[in-house]
Ligand binder design. Structure first.
Ligand SMILES: *[C@@H]1O[C@H](CO)[C@@H](O)[C@H](O)[C@H]1NC(C)=O
Ligand SMILES: *[C@@H]1O[C@H](CO)[C@@H](O)[C@H](O)[C@H]1NC(C)=O
Ligand SMILES: *[C@@H]1O[C@H](CO)[C@@H](O)[C@H](O)[C@H]1NC(C)=O
Length: 404
């Protein structure tokens, strides 16, 4: 009798599925980890308490061939307080997803704090179609389901990069009300009224296994009159309470708009904006800004320009938290790592000593520092003042979501 040799991949995948992907779910921790005590933690963080650093839940998405960039981005936005969920779409192969999961597993600090997870199965997504909204809501739902305390949901793609350290970001958000939503929005639709809201798009990624391009139907439809449409940047920072509202949908508005969005091109440029601004409960929590830095071509194309060293000064002085789009391994990323994120040395007090990242890898580091202690650098002070300006501007207005 012949016994066919099975490939090692299914076993490896199953192993990783059981251990890394949606493994033991943990919360934000405060406290000190001692390698001699094994993977045990003490004292949970009372996150959500004003005056205490918050925690972010990051959804990092990418497509086939982008796992290296995703890993680099993950390391650049890593902080033990936060939660991370990685998602790769159907263009990626199982081997690539497995390799990414293995890389995550091999990083000691991710293992210790158990706050990096990956969606095991992939499905088709197109960034211009409604499948992108489905994937974002799926990521948000998984981050909620994983439990643990986090305060804001942040969406990033593999061509994004942070331009402040996590300490800068945590410090900036420490004193902010936890219910604020950072969504760049307007109800001035302009050319989008016809091209986005009167045309009907069909996204095959919602019903086909492989990635494919959405198409536009010949018929058009009337603009909605049951709600006011708001559009803006697809990159958002949403409060946990608003994410729960969208995911659980105990009011009809989020679901009604979701079903409407099933035929709207670029729904990430309208969905959260429109739900927020049409909801009496949440409209006062909007801050009109996405904290991102882009440079647009003239006239603007679908995506912002690729950033390079000629933009470096503007990036650093922008007062934003993230920038896009970067080419893989661009020299500007190395400069951001070295000069802004200070990643060659220990960035963040939670790393115990100078060069602790490497020391900790070798378990020479006795304990991790206090992950509740955040120390902003110069870019953190710029970010703090730009966010304070945005929030103050919104507070002065009597109505945050102005209709034009
Ligand atoms: C996706 O495409 C690949 C190659 O083109 C094919 O082998 C595979 O069966 C397709 N998968 C699905 C779910 O359609
Ligand atoms: C940097 O980007 C700008 C705008 O995209 C472009 O005009 C310029 O040629 C680029 N410079 C380099 C050195 O690649
Ligand atoms: C929102 O702000 C407006 C204007 O200040 C106020 O009238 C309204 O009561 C606020 N809504 C909520 C839910 O706080």
């Amino acid at each position: 009798m012949r016994i066919s040799r099975s490939s090692p991949w299914p076993i490896l995948v199953a192993f990783i599925a059981g251990t890394v992907i949606l493994g033991v779910l943990t919360s934000s921790f405060r406290g000190v980890w001692n390698p001699r005590e094994g993977l045990e933690f003490v004292a949970r963080t009372p996150s959500g308490v004003p005056g205490f650093p918050p925690a972010f839940a990051y959804l990092i998405s990418g497509t086939g061939g982008e796992s290296k960039r995703m890993l680099r981005l993950l390391k650049a936005v890593y902080h033990p307080r936060n939660k991370y969920l990685l998602y790769m779409d159907a263009v990626s192969s199982e081997e690539e997803r497995t390799a990414l999961a293995v890389c995550v597993r091999l990083e000691k600090v991710f293992r210790v704090f158990r706050n990096v997870h990956m969606v095991g199965k992939s499905y088709a997504v197109d960034s211009t179609g409604p499948s992108s909204l489905a994937a974002t809501l799926h990521g948000a739902a998984v981050l909620l389901k994983m439990g643990g305390e986090w305060d804001w949901f942040v969406t990033l793609s593999s061509s994004d990069y942070p331009i402040v350290t996590q300490d800068d970001l945590l410090h900036t958000f420490t004193d902010l009300p936890r219910d604020l939503n950072f969504v760049d929005h307007t109800s001035d639709l302009g050319w989008k009224r016809y091209h986005r809201f009167e045309r009907i798009t069909v996204d095959p990624n919602l019903y086909m296994g492989n990635n494919s391009k959405p198409f536009i139907a010949k018929e058009s439809r009337r603009s909605p009159d049951a709600f006011t449409i708001f559009t803006g940047s697809p990159w958002v920072i949403l409060s946990r309470s608003f994410v729960e509202y969208c995911v659980h949908g105990w009011e009809n508005l989020p679901r009604q708009l979701l079903m409407y969005a099933a035929n709207v091109p670029f729904p990430l440029e309208f969905y959260f904006h429109t739900v927020l601004c049409n909801s009496p409960q949440f409209r006062n929590t909007t801050v009109n800004g996405d904290l991102r830095f882009f440079v647009w071509d003239n006239p603007p194309k679908e995506e912002p320009l690729l950033l390079n060293m000629t933009h470096f000064r503007r990036i650093v002085r922008s007062g934003a938290a993230f920038a896009r789009r970067f080419a893989e391994d661009d020299v500007v990323l190395r400069n951001l790592d070295r000069k802004v994120l200070r990643r060659s040395s220990a960035a963040g007090r939670w790393r115990c000593t100078e060069g602790a990242a490497e020391a900790a890898e070798k378990a020479q580091c006795g304990s991790w520092g206090d992950i509740g202690a955040v120390e902003p650098g110069p870019s953190g002070r710029r970010l703090k003042s730009s966010v304070a300006g945005l929030v103050a501007e919104e507070r002065r207005r009597s109505d945050q979501c102005r209709s034009r």
